[in-house]
Design a protein. Structure first.
Lengths: 221, 206, 243
């Protein structure tokens, strides 16, 4: 397990030292979300209606921005092949890197989301559930994304391909995440939605590391 | 402590790079892999390092098939590739200490001393020269000690002085009963060394 | 020679079987297509509500069936390719993808055309249309990844991983989209199910499905053959290079 923590810590330290990636992702999230009121008009009822969806889609796209570098930096400087030698099984190595990605790139988005939700006139209950749904569901984004990142790791311009492959697979988590917030706003039960989200996360947690590891083996060959 | 390779063949991009390569390396011995560009020196070393699957043949370590059960073998070697495997925003010391924590044995100070990188150990890798980076990467061999050294162009970008230093370290490793497989263009003047010239194994002839 | 490269480029038995089947599926495609279209467009009764537009169904519904079946078939042959390293398996998944994408596109276009008279608009975010649209994206991603690798054997494995991940996701996507659709029920959508299917509709539907199936088989055989020939050409070039 010490190898797992060593890798997690190293990736977090690297993310911290190259702080620009995190700030840029946050800035992208804020700007992308800000465009919607400008696009659809400032009417508060409309904004409250589309708010949960906009924030979820915004988080999803921002997450995509950093995913293509998930393994690429390590691939380019030869660290990846050293990591593959072990002793950590490749699947656990994937998990450590995905965890670092989630903490460094997705968690900040979740922390800023309530502020943006206020500007969208979402009621307080909705905001809490939004944060909760993001916390439960967003690991799926990093996990599924890691498969795309592994498949495109050796490609110079893998980002676009990554989006094409991964975005359709994000649809379930988007639907259940937004549904939870909408249920909270209309005072309906939220637990089924959150449980489904949790189910998706657990499923992804089990399956994605294997697919990701298989794709990485392929890339290093 | 014997590494046996039999009938090894390698195919890249549907092209046969080499076939029927055989050799045996025992404790204290070294194998010098030589050949022109494109004859598969790197591929051969990567196959031994389990980064590449061979198209044919067997590799065995201590009478056990490495391709079937790689886990035990993976712990026994350290591989130095073309790339430096250093994070440029971290210092050599941080890089080494990461690998030491990741791999297990922790011998950082000895490694820093052996490769004479004391003075640069606390500067970010991005500010170092190519030779300094190379030494910082090679230091992993001492920081994470292992039985087998697999070295792909270990002395490229080192000056004469450090080539001698490295050769001494390599000799010491072999005297301790270690094994080494290395691909270089230059003779390292190791006593107990076999030569594998890949020019003689190209696939086109067969 | 220790390594037999021709194994990958000369699946003789496969080619022989395909060559024998091809004329038959080509003929049956023509016969079934003519019969199905005739039965569907002229013989079957018009719907008491939808009139002649219901006939789009005979093009649309079997195309949607094919869209999903071909993706499943790609997933199965990719799994075979990954597990048993059978060279033809990878090729057949690759060869099937554009055909499947075309059927998916056909289902989408005919669905939209059918939607106009039924719903008064070309596109409705109906659960089925949305699912088919997502399936279309999955096909595009699959085809894109094949194009993005220089080494065909790497591309085959990468594409296989992607299609297997996709096929695990399809039921989840389908479920979530259905669920999303019931949450956001559009104002008034006539269901496509209609009354119980009468044999006068069912028979042309099945004939069309069979026609699509044999159309797929004939296109598939042509495409796999050309893939194999392309590989053989590549190999000859490589050998030339090596001499």
């Amino acid at each position: 397990m010490s190898a797992f923590y060593a890798l997690l810590k190293r990736d977090l330290r690297l993310a911290y030292r190259q702080g620009s990636a995190v700030t840029l992702t946050l800035a992208f999230f804020i700007i992308a979300v800000t465009l919607f009121p400008l696009g659809v008009g400032p009417e508060l009822a409309v904004l409250a209606r589309i708010g949960p969806g906009v924030l979820w889609v915004g988080a999803l796209l921002s997450c995509l921005l950093t995913l293509d570098r998930l393994y690429q930096a390590d691939y380019e400087d030869g660290t990846l092949e050293q990591l593959m030698k072990g002793p950590l099984p490749l699947e656990l190595m994937v998990l450590a890197k995905v965890a670092a990605h989630w903490i460094s790139s997705v968690l900040p988005l979740i922390l800023i989301a309530p502020v943006l939700a206020i500007t969208f006139n979402i009621v307080a209950d909705g905001i809490w559930v939004l944060v909760l749904s993001l916390l439960i569901g967003s690991p799926v984004l990093s996990l599924i994304g890691s498969i795309g990142a592994a498949l495109t790791v050796a490609m110079r311009r893998g980002g676009v391909l990554l989006s094409l492959m991964i975005l359709p697979l994000y649809i379930p988590v988007l639907i259940f995440g937004v549904a939870a917030v909408e249920a909270a706003i209309s005072l309906l039960a939220i637990s089924p939605h959150l449980m489904l989200l949790g189910g998706l996360t657990l499923g992804a947690l089990v399956l994605c590391p294997f697919a990701s590891a298989a794709a990485l083996r392929l890339a290093v060959e | 402590m014997t590494l046996i390779v039999e009938n090894l063949g390698c195919v890249r991009q549907e092209r046969i790079i080499f076939s029927d390569v055989n050799f045996t390396v025992k404790a204290g011995q070294a194998l010098w892999v030589k050949g022109r560009n494109g004859t598969g020196k790197s591929s051969l070393l990567r196959i031994i390092a389990q980064l590449l699957k061979p198209a044919s043949g067997q590799i065995s370590w201590q009478q056990k098939d490495v391709l079937d059960e790689p886990v035990e073998f993976l712990k026994r070697f350290e591989y130095i590739g073309h790339l430096d495997a250093l994070k440029t925003s971290m210092t050599p010391r941080e890089n080494l200490s990461f690998w030491a924590k990741y791999r297990g044995p922790n011998n950082i100070e000895a490694a820093i001393e052996a490769f004479k990188i004391e003075e640069i150990a606390d500067f970010p890798v991005r500010s170092l020269s190519a030779g300094q980076k190379k030494r910082s990467n090679l230091a992993r061999l001492i920081a994470c000690p292992s039985k087998i050294w697999i070295l792909d162009e270990p002395i490229s970008s080192l000056d004469v002085h450090f080539i001698d230093l490295f050769t001494d370290l390599l000799r010491a490793h072999l005297e301790d009963g270690g094994l080494a497989l290395y691909a270089t263009h230059q003779d390292l003047e190791i006593d107990d060394v076999q030569l594998l010239n890949l020019d003689e194994y190209t696939g086109a002839g067969s | 020679m220790a390594i037999d490269l021709h194994r990958y480029a000369n699946p003789a038995r496969f080619l022989r079987i395909m060559g024998a089947i091809f004329p038959w599926v080509a003929i049956s495609t023509a016969v079934l297509l003519i019969a199905g279209l005739y039965l569907g467009l002229f013989v079957s009764p018009e719907d008491y509500q939808q009139g002649d537009t219901v006939r789009i169904m005979f093009i649309h519904v079997p195309a949607a069936w094919m869209a999903l079946s071909i993706y499943t078939m790609m997933a199965i042959s990719s799994a075979v390719g990954l597990i048993w390293k059978h060279p033809v398996a990878d090729l057949s998944a690759k060869a099937a993808a554009p055909i499947g994408a075309c059927f998916t596109f056909l289902a989408l276009v005919t669905g939209a055309l059918w939607g106009q008279p039924m719903w008064g608009t070309y596109w409705v975010w109906d659960a089925r249309l949305t699912s088919v649209l997502i399936l279309f994206f999955l096909y595009l991603g699959y085809m894109a990844i094949w194009e993005s690798f220089d080494d065909p054997s790497k591309a085959a494995k990468a594409a296989a991983i992607l299609v297997l991940v996709g096929v695990i996701n399809i039921p989840i996507i389908k479920f979530s989209v259905d669920w999303w659709n019931t949450l956001h029920q559009p104002a008034s959508v006539a269901t496509m199910d209609g009354p119980k299917i009468h044999s006068s509709i069912l028979i042309p539907l099945l004939v069309m499905a069979a026609a699509y199936m044999s159309l797929f088989m004939s296109l598939f055989i042509v495409r796999v053959k050309s893939e194999i020939l392309a590989r053989r050409l590549r190999l000859l070039q490589m050998n030339k290079l090596q001499e």
